[in-house]
Design a protein. Structure first.
Length: 356
């Protein structure tokens, strides 16, 4: 136990860790401030934090790292640790955003729709992406982000997928690419739905359901729902999809372990599947936030803190991102998400017209 603690202390108590922690915290805080402005609100704080992290990568390399190989390794390790550990903490805290009582009462009709939507989108988007030659990791992360809740879903699923140490950088690049893809697609389709909604002849409730069932980020669904005067039902529908993250993370962790952990890793003692234990924290936070009245007053603060923590993780991903890898791998995944998003929008509108 003492050796374990000393090992982690030596890894955390470094100048590089302190530097990257401050940089990512500032990036997250700036992103949270910028999201209140028109235009930025469609992207949300997590996407903005990722973009800031990608931008500061260059001055960090030039002014801080320079030609120092040890410092370069320290920055990479610090950013990797922040993105990995704070990701899980942020997802747990995000559970306070889910009011289970509202979902299981007002949203009782939305939950089965969410289950069908999430399942179909993940399966269809993954199949299209693989057909287009996208590698399995990027394909499943893009599918999850498209089907569930954008960047938070990509990060949640990434936390439940295990890869060997020598593929961690590749995984981080795939996470960054998947986040960028769902941000672009979510923004494009939010604008499309806001523009076309008034001409469809659908009721306010139907438009809200369509937005909540089809748009990628919570920010996108809220923006579209607000434009239609249906922000409440759009939010409930969207949060029903967010709840599906728990089940998707568990299922994908099991599936990934069975399909993509090779014999060499098994021989080395690595398990074929790893249960994403942090999802139990997500569920616990949802239960506590819903049924413990004493926490009602501070729940918004806890959710804000969750986004700060997730913003730090996103900025850290941006600092380590490999732009060359993203440019070479992202086009077909973007096309897969676009095609799936078209199908999703049509399916969501059909369900809204049929059931609401």
């Amino acid at each position: 136990m003492k050796d374990f603690c000393m090992k982690w202390w030596r890894r955390i108590a470094t100048v590089d860790m302190a530097f990257i922690a401050v940089v990512t915290l500032l990036a997250s805080l700036v992103a949270s401030w910028l999201k209140q402005f028109p235009g930025f609100s469609l992207f949300g704080a997590l996407i903005i934090a990722l973009l800031i992290g990608m931008a500061v990568q260059f001055p960090i390399r030039g002014a801080y790292v320079g030609g120092n190989a040890e410092r370069k390794a320290g920055v990479k390790d610090a950013a990797g640790l922040i993105s990995n550990k704070l990701l899980r903490l942020g997802i747990i805290l995000l559970g306070f955003k889910l009011n289970l009582e509202v979902l299981f009462t007002q949203g009782v009709k939305c939950l089965p729709i969410a289950a069908v939507v999430v399942t179909l989108v993940i399966v269809v988007c993954y199949a299209i992406a693989r057909r287009l030659g996208v590698d399995p990791m990027l394909a499943i992360l893009t599918a999850g982000g498209t089907g569930i809740c954008g960047a938070a879903a990509v990060m949640g699923l990434a936390g439940s997928i295990q890869v060997p140490d020598d593929r961690q950088d590749e995984k981080n690049d795939d996470v960054t690419m998947a986040v960028a893809i769902v941000a672009i697609m979510g923004t494009v389709f939010a604008l499309i739905e806001i523009a076309l909604g008034p001409f469809t002849g659908m009721t306010t409730t139907q438009l809200g359901i369509t937005a909540g069932a089809s748009l990628h980020e919570i920010a996108h669904a809220v923006a579209a729902g607000d434009a239609f005067g249906a922000v409440d039902i759009a939010t409930i529908m969207k949060l029903s999809r967010v709840l599906m993250l728990v089940f998707a993370a568990v299922a994908i962790a099991y599936w990934w372990g069975r399909r993509h952990v090779d014999d060499a890793d098994r021989a080395a003692g690595k398990r074929a599947s790893v249960f994403p234990w942090f999802m139990l924290g997500f569920i616990g936070a949802s239960v506590i936030g819903t049924f413990v009245p004493a926490l009602a007053a501070i729940t918004p603060t806890l959710v804000d803190f969750a986004y700060i923590v997730l913003g730090m993780a996103m900025a850290a991903l941006g600092i380590n991102v490999n732009f060359r890898a993203i440019a070479s791998k992202g086009r077909m995944a973007l096309l897969a998400s676009f095609l799936t998003s078209v199908l999703l929008m049509c399916f969501a509108a059909g369900v809204a017209l049929l059931l609401f």
